[in-house]
Design a protein around this ligand. Structure first.
Ligand code: NAD
Ligand code: MG
Length: 372
């Protein structure tokens, strides 16, 4: 009997990290086939009732695989299926969750399970933070972005008509299960968008990881399970480490916004949804690298390395032509800019980040150089 190669790979590539936040610490399990481990979720869920929150895209693909073992373990499973889309990360979806919890007489021992991407994770986490003044929640992120980014850090919330993520809370999950197998069904554009945040983690703090991504970008794009597991694990470690040092966003955590000042301007300037967030961040990182180079912080060759990697990941590298005036206006409204001057996260050198203001002319020249 030959050993099951898939089994062998699972052994090698499945890992569990621990996010260290004192009594709010929690494990992140990463690997392929996690959802096929029948007892895994049940072991992390104490109460009798479990409410799985998902959407109309993800539920038909994965909900039964999560629900069935929980029922087999004697849990009452409530399924709450929301419409798909960022536009539904709102008050009315939140009410839909509370309505279902109350209609099913869920008490404060109910556990909420978020099964989906960042939209479902953020909304479910916020519902958990406030239902009966707080009930446990578990994340089963199914997009690369949610596996490498939104499932770590404890930010939960919904959008308000006047602003994205304006209503929310810091609330930590009990556990995160990132099954790389679920990425098999993810649309290509969404996979690339997630890779933007992976590249970001290497660029701001871990040069060897950046090198690794360069060498493995093809494997990541073809969804090699072991490569994905490594990229997710290292990303979660990096983000968790930064968040542990700055849970409520006082200082260090700002470096996670590398590429985001330019990126938000692109998202906003083109109208939300035209480019995916990760696409705007990909291009935004190239712009921030260009600016770093013009400030004398990195070599031209480093800018070109970042540009080549962003491009190889299937992300745009040419900035949209919004007009210089509009670019400045859009960056000035970015939430992260306190007290006047725009503060940029720049590379100094590739693999570490600094936060600084820049001369107006240097910024203008950068925008000019990056616009297609
Ligand atoms: P998303 O949740 O909208 O998912 C993207 C699309 O992929 C959706 O259509 C979804 O239904 C679909 N999908 C999900 N998993 C799938 C799968 N396995 N197979 C096929 N299709 C699948 O988007 P996202 O990029 O995961 O998350 C974006 C959201 O995350 C935003 O609302 C953003 O504000 C939030 N976010 C939060 C944090 C945080 O720290 N809390 C960080 C970054 C982003
Ligand atoms: Mg982001």
């Amino acid at each position: 009997v030959k050993p099951d190669p898939r089994g062998a790979m699972n052994e090698a590539s499945n890992t569990t990290l621990n996010v260290n936040l004192g009594e709010r610490s929690y494990p992140i399990a990463i690997g392929s086939g996690l959802l096929d481990d029948p007892g895994l979720l049940a072991r992390h869920i104490e109460g009798r009732q479990v409410a799985i929150v998902s959407n109309t895209t993800v539920a038909p693909l994965y909900l039964e695989r999560v629900a069935e073992p929980l029922r087999a373990a004697g849990r009452e499973v409530i399924e709450i299926i929301l419409p798909d889309g960022e536009e539904h990360k709102n008050w009315s979806s939140l009410m839909q969750v509370f309505d279902a919890l109350l209609a099913n007489k869920c008490d404060r021992k109910v556990t909420l399970v978020a099964l989906g991407g960042g939209v479902i994770g953020d909304l479910t986490g916020y519902a958990a933070s406030s239902y009966m003044r707080g009930v446990p929640f578990v994340q089963v992120p199914t997009t690369l972005l949610s596996q490498v980014d939104s499932s770590v850090g404890g930010k939960t919330g919904i959008n308000h008509p006047l602003g994205k993520n304006m209503i929310g809370a810091f609330y930590q999950p009990r556990a995160v299960f990132a099954d790389t197998g679920t990425l098999a069904t993810l649309p290509e554009r969404e996979l690339s968008a997630g890779l933007a945040e992976v590249i970001k983690h290497g660029a701001i703090i871990d040069a060897p990881f950046f090198d690794w991504i360069e060498r493995n970008i093809e494997k990541l794009l073809t969804r090699d399970q072991a490569a994905l597991a490594h990229a997710i694990a290292r990303s979660c470690e990096i983000k968790a480490d930064i968040v542990r040092q700055d849970e409520r966003e006082g200082g260090l955590r700002a470096i996670l916004n590398f590429g985001h000042t330019f990126g938000h301007a692109i998202e906003n300037g083109l109208g939300y949804g035209k480019w995916l967030h990760g696409e705007a961040v990909g291009c935004g990182m190239v712009m921030a690298a260009e600016l770093s180079c013009r400030m004398g912080y990195i070599e031209r060759a480093s800018v070109e390395r970042l540009r080549a990697l962003v491009n190889a990941a299937g992300l745009p590298t040419d900035a949209p032509d919004l007009g210089a005036e509009r670019w400045l206006e859009l960056m000035e409204v970015d939430k992260k800019n306190e007290g006047g001057a725009i503060r940029f996260i720049l590379l100094k050198p590739l693999g570490s980040a600094v936060i600084t203001t820049v001369p107006h002319e240097t910024l203008l020249a950068t925008i000019d150089a990056c616009v297609a």
